[in-house]
Design a binder for this molecule. Structure first.
Ligand SMILES: [Mn+2]
Length: 450
């Protein structure tokens, strides 16, 4: 039976069983020629006789002259055959005098392959380490997510709970503040996942009685208004950029190259062969979407790799609810004030929106206002709990807003974030009045940007 098309390899090495097997699995046929003068002719005859059947012709490790000769001949016979050569050496910008469609440098090929192998290895090792850490817990694990958690934090905590259940370790997740995002509120209303709200009093009781502590989607106690500074977690799983040398007592996973903690946790679940229920898949998926600002910011190949899987498993009704979650009236009001108070300076916009009811309002507003024409960078500030909260965004690839926020505010408060998105806060008590504070906040931002 003749197949529709096939791959042909012309190589110095005739032993390519593995490759042929892979081709076979994909329902294709393949044929390997070991390079020699007689085989030159055989190959060309084959191309002539059955040229319609050749999809691709790969030259592997053969002499340059032979390569140039053969590729030209094959091109004459059928210009539709895709011709690829793997060469020991390809000079930069070299125009190979041949009719090849593409040339791959062997070293590059090996490097890419090696890198992938090593990444796979370390990712699996990290999962083993996480599992060992969890299974070694005698007693219970308390997962803390950051104040006013978003869905990335909640989904990641759910995933870690799942791993704990698998290892028969008792676990509970805690948060402080409010559900800052409408999606989070919608999700918690529509699922039976339980997380417990803590305050400054109850947190001490929990810390005293629990066996182990994990920080998920944040890395330092000082970033929380509720968890006492100096609390040293046993585990940290986070993806935010930090300048500090943060380490957990047992398990540290800090991956600022990844868009969301949900991506890290999805990988762990997949590698541990733990089923991801549709509700959890939906949360992880929306967690990635929110943290990467609809897949536009800080998204990495690792995130893209898990998205199709989560998409296939996710509960479509929950997704629908989450996509269309309502916006708080207070957010619209704050947005209105932010729009009226805009100030501009060379493509940079700053604005103060007064009191905000949800800490994440300013992030939402910053994302929206960054869309204004001719604006590349935005700083929005608002007041919550006697603090000026700040959110910055930039589409200027030369700027690293996270670093700018860290530099601008670490002396008077806190600042940090990613290259395109950052945040910070300063205590109002440090200033004589609000006007003064806002002025100083803006000045510090401008000083770092320009
Ligand atoms: Mn996150």
């Amino acid at each position: 039976m003749r197949r529709e098309s096939m791959y042909v390899i012309y190589s110095n090495n005739s032993d390519l069983e593995g490759f042929q097997e892979m081709v076979g699995v994909r329902g294709k046929e393949s044929r390997v020629y070991k390079s020699s003068e007689a085989k030159d002719k055989e190959l060309l005859d084959f191309a002539r006789d059955r040229y319609r059947d050749i999809d691709a012709l790969v030259f592997l490790d053969i002499e340059r002259e032979e390569l140039i000769f053969l590729s030209e001949k094959v091109k004459e016979i059928d210009s539709d055959i895709y011709q690829l050569a793997v060469l020991e050496e390809v000079k930069k910008d070299e125009k190979l005098e041949s009719d090849l469609d593409d040339v791959v440098r062997k070293e590059e090929w090996v490097e890419t392959f090696l890198f992938k192998k090593l990444e796979d290895y370390f990712s699996k090792r990290k999962t083993r380490e996480l599992r060992r850490t969890v299974s070694s817990i005698r007693g219970d694990l308390s997962i803390f997510i950051h104040d006013d958690p978003d869905l990335d934090a909640i989904a990641s905590a759910m995933a870690l709970e799942k791993i704990c259940e698998n290892e028969e370790v008792e676990v509970k997740t805690y948060f402080a503040g409010s559900f800052g995002h409408p999606e989070t509120e919608m999700f918690m209303e529509n699922t039976d996942f339980i997380i417990e709200k803590i305050d400054e009093d109850s947190v001490n009781e929990i810390l005293k009685n629990t066996s182990r502590i994990a920080f998920v989607d944040f890395a330092e106690a000082s970033l929380s208004d509720t968890i006492p500074d100096g609390v040293d977690p046993d585990m940290i799983i986070d993806h935010h950029q930090t300048n500090k040398d943060v380490r957990a007592k047992q398990y540290t996973e800090l991956r600022s190259d990844v868009g969301a903690a949900s991506t890290l946790m999805t990988n762990h679940l997949l590698q541990l062969d733990i089923d991801i229920p549709p509700v959890l898949a939906s949360a992880l998926l929306v967690g990635i979407r929110i943290d990467t600002n609809d897949y536009t910011k800080n998204i990495s190949p690792s995130d893209y790799k898990v998205i199709p899987y989560l998409n296939a498993v996710a509960d479509k009704d929950i997704l629908e609810v989450l996509e269309n979650s309502p916006i708080y009236s207070e957010t619209f009001s704050a947005m209105g004030r932010a729009i009226c108070n805009r100030e501009f300076k060379d493509g940079v916009m700053t604005s103060f929106c007064g009191d905000i009811s949800h800490k994440d309002d300013i992030a939402e507003i910053a994302n929206f206002l960054l869309r204004e024409r001719d604006i590349h960078t935005v700083l929005i500030c608002g007041i919550k709990d006697d603090k000026i909260q700040m959110s910055a965004r930039s589409k200027d690839l030369q700027l690293n807003v996270g670093k700018i926020m860290a530099k601008a505010y670490s002396e008077v408060g806190e600042g940090g974030g990613h290259p395109h998105a950052g945040g910070g806060e300063v205590d109002l008590n440090e200033f004589t009045d609000v006007d003064n504070a806002v002025k100083e906040v803006k000045k510090r931002f401008y000083d770092e940007v320009f």
